[in-house]
Ligand binder design. Structure first.
Ligand code: G16
Length: 544
């Protein structure tokens, strides 16, 4: 085998965001763009010679091209083995499990998650470490620094690997094993959940719809829900992965899953509806006549996790990202377990999970997961919901209402302003930050008094690291909260996110429409930030 050292020049824009490097496909198609980034990752790691690397992606356009390049670069850099999902597929949580299960050194997860795919869509590369989770900032910072000075990459003179046949091949002295992307993951799920109870529920006529959004979870959902658990054929819709997600937007929210939501609100609709995103780590949960917000879902799953065999001994603690509602905090308080508030990004949960301080984690951005892997996990959340419904023998709506009656309800919404001019968005955040010291104690709107106003800084209790400027929080004396931050996953301009939350006590009113319940807070947020006037937008692009 000849190892080739190929000269290259750096790109200035390879700074990993909230979750890896996400860019337009056309950006990735520039000469050596993939090669530079992968070599920069390997240059930032030590001790991988002879070790195993996992590679898999969500099957989006350019997945196959990037995987072949990654395999050649891995061989030239001295990895001993690559494990790759058949067809280049591995959902993000399955990739995390495969890394852990086979004790790999790390993995490359190729995905732009819920962003659209196809030649005009987005692509992404993320490096995960040996615990199966996204690389921490220490590594992503080093990768970025390396991309700015890289002048060569290593590859080998070899053709493409056959990714469609399960089995072992050799390329340039390195073993490449093509594995079934579903089998190990399905086996793991079976250890966590009460499959007989869920199976019995389907057998007794329980109906659900799972929308795989023409993305990676299709094969996983067909196998687990229909084949193993016996849900009727047709339960899984859009179950064949497509490189362009069938020209859809694989984001499981109420905009892109509106049809399913509307169906669940009718008497003829199924009992339960769920969806997952491009790479299978996000989830959407809708019961008959009841949409469950991701923040509530986290709280509910944590409160009921003991009903699933994998969590019957109880959970050690809960972690949520800062903008996620405080609903889960009330569950932790009642259970007497640890509660942690981290910056946005699943990578911040890794240390807490590894240290055994938390078992369940979640984010407002439709992500929930547990210590079984180190990524959020869409199907896991769906299966835990099914397990809870099967054991409690109640509808989603009843379960949610009982939860609010016990803990109170955190009304919650997120308003996204997408593709805003980056300069305008940055100035808005900078100006708001400058105002923060003057806000404490001030009265805003009709009846809100500011309790605190700061820019969130996280101190990791496990490794002592500090992450500053993680989002502006304005908290009020009644427990309401406004959070403003810029997304780290968009690929065009800036996405401004406004998160709003108001707490209504256990004996309060729980049946208000969410936007009206938050009306006065929405007004105060606009007054404070000037979003509408500065961006020229009268409405958010997406409300979740
Ligand atoms: C990623 C991260 C999540 C984060 C989400 C939104 O999810 O893994 O932790 O909450 O992005 O991030 P932002 O608000 O910065 O856009 P995914 O599903 O896109 O990988």
């Amino acid at each position: 085998m000849t190892i080739l050292t190929i000269k290259t020049t750096p790109y200035g824009d390879q700074k990993p965001g909230t979750s890896g490097l996400r860019k337009r496909v056309t950006v990735y198609q520039q000469p050596n763009y993939v090669e530079n980034y992968i070599q920069a990752i390997f240059d930032s790691l030590e001790g991988f010679e002879g070790q195993t690397l996992v590679i898999g992606g969500d099957g989006r356009f350019y997945n196959d091209v990037a995987i072949q390049k990654a395999i050649r670069i891995a061989a030239a850099n001295g990895f001993g083995k690559v494990l790759v999902g058949q067809g280049g597929l591995l959902s993000t949580p399955a990739a995390s499990h495969v890394i852990r299960h086979y004790k790999a050194f790390g993995g490359l997860v190729l995905s732009a998650s819920h962003n659209p795919g196809g030649p005009e869509g987005d692509f992404g590369i993320k490096y995960n470490i040996s615990n199966g989770g996204p690389a921490p900032e220490k590594i992503t910072d080093a990768v970025y620094a390396r991309t700015k000075v890289i002048d060569s990459y290593k590859s080998i003179d070899a053709g493409d690997i056959d990714l469609n046949t399960i089995g072992t091949q050799t390329v340039g002295g390195m073993v490449v094993e093509v594995i079934d992307p579903v089998a190990d993951y399905a086996a793991l799920m079976e250890t966590l959940f009460d499959f007989p109870a869920i199976k019995a529920m389907f057998a007794s006529g329980f109906r659900m719809t799972f929308d795989a959004m023409s993305a990676v979870t299709g094969p996983y959902a067909h196998k687990i829900l229909e084949e193993i658990l016996g849900a009727p054929k047709g339960t899984v819709i859009n179950g064949t992965p497509s490189p362009s997600f069938n020209d859809g937007h694989p984001d499981p929210n109420l905009v892109y899953c509106k049809d399913m939501h509307d169906l669940l609100m009718t008497p003829e609709g199924p009992d339960f509806g769920a969806a997952s995103d491009g790479d299978g780590d996000r989830n959407l949960i809708i019961g008959k006549n009841r949409f469950v917000t991701p923040s509530d879902s986290l709280a509910l799953l944590a409160a009921n996790a003991h009903l699933a065999p994998g969590y019957k001994a109880g959970i050690a603690g809960i972690a949520r990202s800062m903008p996620t509602s405080a609903a889960a905090d009330r569950v932790a308080e009642k259970l007497g377990i640890e509660m942690h508030e981290t910056p946005t990004g699943w990578k911040f949960f890794g240390n807490l999970l590894d240290a055994g301080r938390v078992t369940i984690c979640g984010e407002e951005s439709a992500g929930t997961g547990s210590s079984h892997v180190r990524e959020k996990d869409g199907l896991w959340a769906v299966l835990l919901w099914l397990n809870i419904i099967a054991v409690r023998k109640q509808s989603v709506d009843q379960i949610v209402r009982e939860h609010w009656a016990t803990y109170g309800r955190n009304y919650y919404t997120r308003h996204d302003y997408e593709e805003v001019d980056a300069a305008i968005a940055n100035k808005l955040v900078d100006d708001l930050r400058a105002e923060l010291p003057k806000l404490a104690g001030r009265n805003l709107g009709d009846d809100l008094q500011v309790a605190y106003a700061d820019d969130f800084t996280y101190h990791d209790p496990v490794d002592g690291s500090t992450s500053a400027k993680q989002g502006i929080r304005i908290g009020f004396t009644d427990g309401s909260r406004i959070v403003v931050r810029l997304s780290g996953t968009g690929t065009v301009g800036a996405t401004l996110r406004l998160y709003l939350e108001r707490y209504e006590a256990a004996d309060g009113r729980h049946d208000l429409e969410t936007q009206s319940a938050l009306d006065s807070l929405i007004g105060v947020a606009d007054e404070l930030t000037g979003i509408k006037q500065r961006t020229g937008r009268q409405e958010p692009s997406v409300i979740t």
